[in-house]
Write a protein that binds this ligand. Structure first.
Ligand SMILES: Cc1cc2nc3c(=O)[nH]c(=O)nc-3n(C[C@H](O)[C@H](O)[C@H](O)COP(=O)(O)O)c2cc1C
Length: 253
């Protein structure tokens, strides 16, 4: 099993043991977006491991466009919460009743309850020449999201919940946190010990939206082929299709 010093230095080698493989999949399948937190503080060493995991995400041309703004100050968090409240009200007008009331009944943040907030930003100017970014400009944003997912999974492995709050206007968030104009605040995250890690996404339990069937999202040899309609899907891909339908693994979600 990985030791804390290995996690600190990133010095891992060799294959995963079965136990380690299971641990990774467990983190992936039991990760949840968390909006209800206990007030217990996060130990500094655990928080450091989580942020280090984020920093080891992949990035286009290895540009590492991210920064991490660690937020604890109550006044700052209150300003972010006020910003969220305004945005949430504005967003609700896009829905007709009864969807509007349903939307407003959902708890979509834990900004003040969680002990730590982290804003993950993307600096598109981080590297003079970014190898591989010529064709798709947004690859710096994609890279930042990879770092965020690492953070989310590492937190889950530490028993710490993460809630992504995106119902925030970027210019105002930038102003509250003093983020330079050219830097993009990609994610505002709430971190803390959750009251629980629900088995299924809260939005699913609340009847907002269900997880889609994976089989309907996998195409063979091009988008135009509906799953199951292509000859080769019954040849080369038949074992894969069978494995896919039997691998829902986490049938709970
Ligand atoms: C880019 C992004 C933005 C999100 N913004 C919010 C948000 O503002 N409020 C919220 O409650 N959840 C937010 N979420 C969490 C999603 O609602 C959640 O991931 C989804 O419902 C699936 O649930 P799970 O993460 O627990 O599996 C966001 C997730 C992503 C990836």
């Amino acid at each position: 099993m990985a030791s804390n010093s290995q996690i600190q230095t990133g010095e891992f080698s060799g294959e995963f043991s079965t136990e380690e493989q299971r641990g990774l999949y467990r983190a992936i399948f039991s990760r949840r977006d968390i909006r209800t937190f206990k007030t217990d503080p996060i130990p500094a060493d655990a928080l450091a491991r989580i942020i280090r995991a984020a920093h080891h995400g992949p990035s286009v041309g290895f540009m590492q466009p991210w920064d991490f703004i660690m937020v604890q100050d109550t006044e700052i968090r209150q300003k972010v919460k006020d910003l969220f409240d305004r945005e949430r009200q504005a967003a609700s007008t896009f829905f007709d009743e009864p969807r509007r009331s349903h939307y407003l009944s959902l708890k979509l943040e834990g900004i003040l309850e969680s002990p730590v907030n982290v804003c993950v930003t993307c600096d598109p100017t981080r590297a003079e020449v970014v190898l591989g970014r010529n064709s798709i400009q947004e690859t710096d944003l994609y890279s930042t999201c990879c770092a965020i997912q690492n953070l989310w999974l590492a937190a889950r492995a530490e028993g710490i919940g993460v809630g992504w709050v995106s119902i925030l206007k970027q210019p105002q968030l930038r102003q509250i946190l003093g983020v330079p104009h050219h830097v993009i605040p990609v994610a505002y995250l709430c971190l803390g010990y959750p009251v629980e890690f629900p088995d299924v996404p809260v939005l699913q339990t609340a009847g907002w939206r269900d997880r889609m069937e994976l089989e309907g999202l996998v195409h063979f040899d091009g988008w135009q082929d509906q799953p199951g309609s292509h000859q080769s899907a019954d040849g080369i891909w038949s074992d894969f299709k069978e494995a896919l339908s039997g691998s829902s693994g986490t049938s709970r979600s």
